[in-house]
Write a protein that binds this ligand. Sequence first.
Ligand SMILES: NC(=O)c1ccc[n+]([C@@H]2O[C@H](COP(=O)([O-])OP(=O)(O)OC[C@H]3O[C@@H](n4cnc5c(N)ncnc54)[C@H](O)[C@@H]3O)[C@@H](O)[C@H]2O)c1
Ligand SMILES: O=C(O)[C@H](O)COP(=O)(O)O
Length: 600
Amino acid sequence: MAASASSTMLLSSKSSRASLSWKNQFASTSVFRVSGVTLPRRSLRQCPWFIVFSMDAKPTVLVAEKLGEAGLKLLKEFANVDCSYNLSPEELCTKISLCDALVVRSGTKVTREIFESSGGRLKVVGRAGVGIDNVDLAAATEHGCLVVNAPTANTVAAAEHGIALLTAMARNVAQADASVKAGKWLRNKYVGVSLVGKTLAVMGFGKVGSEVARRAKGLGMHVIAHDPYAPADRARAIGVQLVSFDEALASADFISLHMPLTPATKQILNDETFAKMKKGVRIVNVARGGVIDEEALVRALDAGIVAQAALDVFTVEPPPKDSKLIQHENVTATPHLGASTTEAQEGVAIEVAEAVVGALKGELSATAVNAPMVPAEVLLELKPFVVLAEKLGRLAVQLVAGGSGVKSVKVTYGSARAPDDLDTRLLRAMITKGMIEPISSVFINLVNADFTAKQRGLQISEERLLLDGSPESPVEFIQVQIANVESKFASAISDSGEIRVEGRVKDGVPHLTKVGSFEVDVSLEGSIILCSQVDQPGMIGKVGSVLGEENVNVSFMSVGRVAPRKQAVMAIGVDEQPSKESLKRIGEIPAIQEFVYLGL
Ligand SMILES: NC(=O)c1ccc[n+]([C@@H]2O[C@H](COP(=O)([O-])OP(=O)(O)OC[C@H]3O[C@@H](n4cnc5c(N)ncnc54)[C@H](O)[C@@H]3O)[C@@H](O)[C@H]2O)c1
Ligand SMILES: O=C(O)[C@H](O)COP(=O)(O)O
């Protein structure tokens, strides 16, 4: 039987897990293989969000493109760092199976093949820059691989490069320089245009776009912007008017592109949109080459619709030597230099290294691209509930009888907090993890939990129960119910017909507090035996002595009953896993009607 996971997703040996369906039963073992090292279950408990390494199992980070020294230093303090540049896609696929994290810039395509080749080991991709269009995010998410970027450190560098291209283009600096070096002195040929009083349309009013706008205003330009998602008050604050796409095209003397490359922005400048521009418009692109149809741009340049273009980015990088666009005399080109200042590269390297190390340590990243960002203070507060959530998911699924298919799970959070003050994404992810991981070969974390649940046809609905009282604790109880299934422990079925388990955190420790309609109280550590019987004296002693004979330590015992001497459920926490023989003997105690052993 496959090893079941505790609270971490870095269980490296995928192949050691049997792939079981929802209908299978499973057992739990008490050791884990983490990056080739066998760890006791307890050592993985502290940091359940992403990945945890033991001190003697250093992770390996592959740095596939040049990274600033300060970032490398940070990585090396925590991991084995392999700097291998210019790898072919095949070489990268081969290497990746030995790596826990990969750091790239825009020059490396992080494809689905790379995630597949990693065999589940790759847990973080760090993009040392902003644009993540070179990373297959869907594939990363499906493989539970966190993608982090460095969204802020190169903003100013990119904006400065945009302004450099704008001014250089307007004054033919590159062309004039080349001609002087070729021994010419063409003062009449390179007469430029002035910027002052001209209209600049900033397309994409995000970090870089707004810095470009700020600087262009300093040059005396009239700046407008188009960005369907930018707040008008932010634009107003720097004296920029937000306009429609068509209005921007129709009124601009200069257009500067600063949007991400997405399916919606791909070739957003094309024959049709060039036709809507003022004749003689000048275009700057420091965003992504793919936002322009480059063949259409050549046609627009030839037709004089576009007077000049200054381009830092291209659909294919490097562009072919004979590219008509690059060779066009009205085009100024730089080799994707927007982020390439000494300052920006050091900043980006530190920003990405911190995010990668944080993720490898098990922290959630503030720069996660494919996972919800959960602020550190929220994480800290939710930590014990996260453990509770996973264990309740793990218990609930073990109560399902073989032959039942799990389709619908309802989670209820009892809380005195207003719904907006309780972020349940992490809790939901951990319940999903607890339910799916033990019976499948996938690793589940905050990145892929919802995706995996959906893929398996598992519907998880959430409900908040607003409780009276002090909202000091984020959650009072969590209840997990599985509908339309049979249970191998009939007493776990509630009055309303679902398998039900409920838990609370007491003194920082997760407790099971309800099974079906029975109140119990047993700490969720080690494993649990549930027995049902008619309440009568001596039961605890009988079960306890069977376990004692085998030297199985009982950590907790609790009996929940309808009324004295009526139907009862006994919950017994055990530190060690009892043998099959002992479990059989417990089942044979005459008063015991049913029992189940549940691994945590
Ligand atoms: N050349 C370089 O070296 C370099 C350096 C840094 C950034 N970049 C690129 O610059 C771009 C912007 O980076 P950023 O850090 O400002 O990102 P950002 O996310 O802060 O800003 C992007 C803005 O584009 C807007 N946007 C999205 N779709 C749009 C659409 N259809 N039309 C108009 N606006 C749209 C978003 O609302 C957002 O405000 C990215 O493509 C990034 O990869 C290039
Ligand atoms: O998106 C970015 O951050 C820029 O395009 C920089 O890319 P680079 O890291 O390859 O220079």
